[in-house]
Design a protein around this ligand. Structure first.
Ligand SMILES: [Zn+2]
Length: 58
C-alpha cells in the first residue's frame, strides 16, 4: 500500500464526509473521493485534507 495512505482505514473513511455536500467518501488511489460530487481530497502525511479549497474538481 502507498505510504501516504497507510493510516487511512475503513473506520476512518466512515467518519469522514465531503465538506461540500456531507456525503460519504471512498479511498481511491492516494485520494479521498466524494461519492456524490466526485471532488478529490489529498492525503498528506497520512492525514486526509477534507477542505473544499484543497479539493480537485471532478
Ligand atoms: Zn462532495
Amino acid at each position: 500500500m502507498n505510504e501516504a495512505v497507510r493510516g487511512i482505514d475503513d473506520e476512518l473513511l466512515r467518519i469522514l464526509a465531503c465538506p461540500v455536500d456531507k456525503s460519504p467518501v471512498q479511498l481511491r488511489g492516494d485520494r479521498i473521493v466524494c461519492t456524490r460530487c466526485g471532488r478529490r481530497y489529498p492525503i498528506r502525511d497520512g492525514i486526509p485534507i477534507m477542505l473544499a479549497e484543497e479539493a480537485e474538481a471532478p
